[in-house]
Design a protein around this ligand. Structure first.
Ligand code: ATP
Ligand code: MG
Length: 238
């Protein structure tokens, strides 16, 4: 039976810029189930990133609420939100956001340091994840020595190292060539298929969106269409 992971209830976010206000997310109510892979599409400025950041607790809603895994986040302080985020959520961004002066290994280790995980456990966990994804050769390299695709792989490891209950990705293939983008999408698909990782993927690319079983279409801060992709592209070769 399906189990609810995220519920957004009448969610709105208004940004004030000077004298004007932008309603970036406008009364969105939507749920995500455990193990679900959902993509979010829509024109530039339609509120995709804002919705993702609200769910990721990086932004605080102006109205409405978010419940993740049964926990209502409305009453959380900034510090409680930070702790919740570190323990439960993983983020992948378009521009990777790796720390330049740190090796691949150290970048992936960072979330565990923030989470006060002891040294020995960290070393073990980080080594394991590089091994599991077969990219041990990237451990000792600095971001500036890596290709874009390799950087994104390391940043995905970083997002996964603390075993988040939800992976949030904002245009993760936006800075990759088509072929490299495909391998990153394959990785998301495998994570979802094989490990049941819950994923919300924001993308401009409709074919990338179709890798997910469900696609939300956004327009002017609202979800205008909640679509089940009848034939998600399962075959990696296509
Ligand atoms: N921090 C902010 N301050 C002011 N306005 C913002 C802020 N973040 C987003 N907005 C505005 O909110 C609206 C939605 O932006 P958002 O970034 O969520 O859209 P998007 O769908 O992710 O667009 P894109 O496809 O270009 O990334 C836009 O009008 C944007 O200008
Ligand atoms: Mg965006």
């Amino acid at each position: 039976m399906k189990e609810e992971l995220v519920r957004c209830k009448d969610l709105s976010k208004t940004f004030t810029v000077g004298n004007s206000q932008v309603l970036a997310v406008n009364g969105v109510s939507v749920s995500f189930q455990k193990g679900e892979f959902t993509s979010v599409v829509g024109p530039s400025g339609s509120g995709k990133t804002t919705l993702l950041n609200l769910i990721g607790t990086l932004e605080v809603p102006t109205e409405g609420k978010i419940i993740i895994n049964g926990t209502d986040l409305s009453a959380f302080s900034t510090e409680e939100l930070t702790n919740f985020r570190r323990k439960n959520l993983g983020f992948v961004f378009q521009f990777f956001n790796l720390v330049e002066g740190l090796t691949g290994f150290e970048n992936v280790e960072l979330p565990l340091i923030f989470d006060s995980i002891p040294y020995e456990t960290r070393q073990k966990r980080v080594s394991e994840i590089f091994k599991e994804f077969d990219i041990e050769y990237l451990q000792g390299k600095f971001p500036e020595e890596l290709s874009s695709g390799e950087r994104q792989r390391v940043s995905i490891m970083r997002a996964l190292v603390n075993e988040p209950i939800l992976l949030l990705a904002d245009e993760p293939t936006g800075n990759l060539d088509t072929k490299t983008g495909q391998t990153v999408l394959d990785l998301f698909k495998d994570l979802n298929d094989e490990k049941g990782t819950s994923i919300i993927l924001v993308t401009h690319d409709l074919s990338a969106a179709k890798r997910a079983l469900r696609t939300l279409h956004m327009h002017d801060g609202k979800i205008t269409f909640d679509q089940i992709n009848e034939e998600p592209i399962l075959d990696k070769e296509n």
